[in-house]
Ligand binder design. Structure first.
Ligand SMILES: [Zn+2]
Length: 48
């Protein structure tokens, strides 16, 4: 299961599971990178 994602801006996101990671990543994008949105597949592709 992929639960970690390093954002290119340097922030490390960790989720409890894939759904949580996707939610956290989308929240981070909305807060810090307005105008960018990654869908679930792309987030999980980038996650480790
Ligand atoms: Zn970021």
């Amino acid at each position: 299961m992929r639960t970690r994602l390093a954002c290119p801006c340097g922030v490390r996101l960790v989720g409890e599971d894939e759904d949580d990671l996707v939610a956290r990543a989308q929240e981070h994008l909305a807060a810090e990178h307005p105008g960018r949105s990654y869908d679930r597949e792309l987030i999980l592709l980038l996650a480790t």
